[in-house]
Design a protein around this ligand. Structure first.
Ligand code: NAG
Ligand code: NAG
Ligand code: NAG
Ligand code: NAG
Length: 470
């Protein structure tokens, strides 16, 4: 009883607010006007404050909206956007140009003016908590401006989900690209390494480290509680799914791979490579340290040891990538030195800053696609090499291991390795195979990338959302 009176000052305003929101919901709005057939429209709200950013997250948003509009003629789509400096026409134009996506019917925008709340700048300390509370305020702004029938958060603001569910009375779901906090982060703080958020005075002090760990744990718990109220959860990869399952424990979590443009690479005709005089082993990536190009050079050098004459001339390593700054240029110089040291300078070809057409040409003439980055979350480059019909040899970790270079239709789609010896051994294995067997792997890999296509994304997205669209 006493508890009840203590909470009265909280309960009454909350109840009033809920009633206020329910009233907003009932209020006449043109989006609720009956359709020509007399049917009541169903409104889906997408929470995507940065909808004009033009990145992978936005491709997911606009592809999803197009799919929904094509499937359900009685659905209106609303986007909560904080891009107040743009307008509808500018945004839709950009979608068309950037993604080549044409949205069949009008999309309605609800403009949010408090986007500053979710940026990191206002919160020098307790950034995660600050941004999350900020996202709740932004969520309230969105809610009082418009209450949809189904709410989908496509930018990972999990704290807005309970607001729309319990105050707005909506069905709710989300698409998660990346967990706000990950179990890796918790681990790193507890082991006191200063990688993330590198205030070394914290990782040096046991007391501050435990305080931070407690803060992270409480935060992770709240994050999980908020996320768990979703009626459906979609994640973009196995890596994200692992983290979301352990933090949210939401049974309804399903992987929906984001749409990749594999068409561009999969047009060429695949044939046996027996007539090739030169087998190129190609690597396509920026010259960043985590890509681990030196492993490629070392493994290739080891693969070449003991090969002489024609057997040696038949192979080359092609390192293709953009070289954008001094750091990149320095790494390229280091790699050239390494190749010289291993005595294979004449066998390593650098292709820097090449055009997209040249890239495609190189991919289509190469035999093996090489990837060496450890623990990459996904690895779109590996998917593109598979689409191009290469035999891929990728790092045995992260996305390549979990999502991409997996068995498909009972056959392999490529090979995995983890250090110089295993990379060299796998290269050996690949070239020991008959051209016909290599072709079988290449064909299977190209077919397997259909899992990452736009069509597959659309059908998965619709299958999961349709039960909630009335
Ligand atoms: C844009 O998409 C249409 C079909 O949706 C396709 O025919 C066209 O080739 C695409 N254009 C580009 C530049 O990719
Ligand atoms: C999932 O999203 C994260 C963050 O944007 C990104 O790094 C990762 O590559 C995405 N995964 C896929 C399968 O695209
Ligand atoms: C983290 O530490 C590195 C080197 O100690 C420094 O260069 C970098 O600016 C720091 N980053 C932040 C966000 O403090
Ligand atoms: C590659 O392009 C960058 C800028 O786009 C330029 O600074 C750099 O010098 C170029 N490198 C080479 C090797 O062409």
């Amino acid at each position: 009883m006493i508890v009840f009176f203590i909470f009265l000052p909280v309960i009454i305003p909350l109840a009033v607010f809920i009633l206020f929101v329910r009233w907003i919901r009932q209020r006449p709005c043109f989006l609720h006007d009956p359709l020509p057939g007399g049917q009541r429209p169903f409104v889906i709200g997408f929470f995507h404050p940065y909808c004009n950013a033009g990145g992978g997250g936005e491709r997911v948003l606009w592809t999803a909206i197009r799919a929904i509009q094509n499937k359900h003629s009685h659905v209106h789509c609303v986007v909560y956007s904080g891009d107040t400096e743009a307008n509808e026409n500018v945004i839709m134009q950009r979608v068309k140009e950037r993604f080549n996506i044409t949205i069949p019917r009008p999309v309605y925008f609800v403009w949010l003016h408090r986007r500053g709340f979710v940026e990191a700048k206002p919160y020098p300390i307790l950034t995660l908590l600050g941004q999350s509370l900020g996202s709740m305020l932004l969520g309230f702004e969105a809610l009082v401006k418009f209450v949809p029938d189904l709410y989908i958060d496509t930018m990972g603001y999990a704290f807005t989900i309970p607001i729309f569910k319990y105050i707005g009375g909506c069905k709710v779901g989300c698409y998660v690209h990346y967990p706000t906090i990950s179990t890796d982060m918790l681990e790193r703080v507890s082991q006191r390494t200063s990688a993330h958020n590198n205030a070394s005075f914290i990782s040096k002090s046991p007391v501050l480290s435990s305080v931070k760990l407690i803060y992270y744990k409480i935060f992770a718990y709240m994050y999980g509680t908020a996320g768990k109220c979703s009626d459906f959860v979609m994640v973009n990869s196995t890596w994200t799914q692992g983290h979301i399952l352990s933090l949210w424990g939401a049974e309804c979590t399903r992987i929906v791979y984001p749409p990749c443009d594999t068409q561009e690479f999969s047009q060429s005709f695949l044939a046996v490579d027996s007539a090739k005089e030169m087998h190129s082993i190609i690597s396509v990536s920026q010259f960043r340290p985590e890509k681990d190009h030196s492993l490629q050079v070392d493994a290739f050098a080891q693969f070449l040891t003991g090969r002489h004459g024609n057997d040696r001339h038949a192979y080359e390593l092609v390192l293709l990538g953009s070289c954008r700054n001094d750091g990149d240029a320095e790494r390229v110089a280091e790699l050239k030195k390494l190749a010289a040291k291993r005595g294979i300078s004449d066998k390593v070809r650098f292709e820097l800053n090449v055009s997209f057409n040249e890239l495609k040409k190189e991919l289509h003439s190469a035999t093996v696609g090489l990837h060496t980055m450890w623990n990459e979350h996904f690895g779109i480059g590996v998917v593109e090499m598979q689409a191009a019909g290469l035999v891929v040899l990728a790092h045995n970790s992260g996305g390549p291991k979990l999502d991409i270079v997996t068995q498909y239709e009972g056959g392999p789609t490529g090979f995995l390795a983890s250090d110089i010896d295993t990379y060299a051994a796998q290269l050996e294995e690949i070239f020991r195979m008959t051209p016909e067997r290599r072709l079988a792997v290449r064909v299977n890999a190209r077919e397997s990338v259909e899992r990452f296509s736009e069509e597959k994304f659309e059908s998965n997205f619709l299958e999961i959302t349709s039960p909630f669209v009335l």
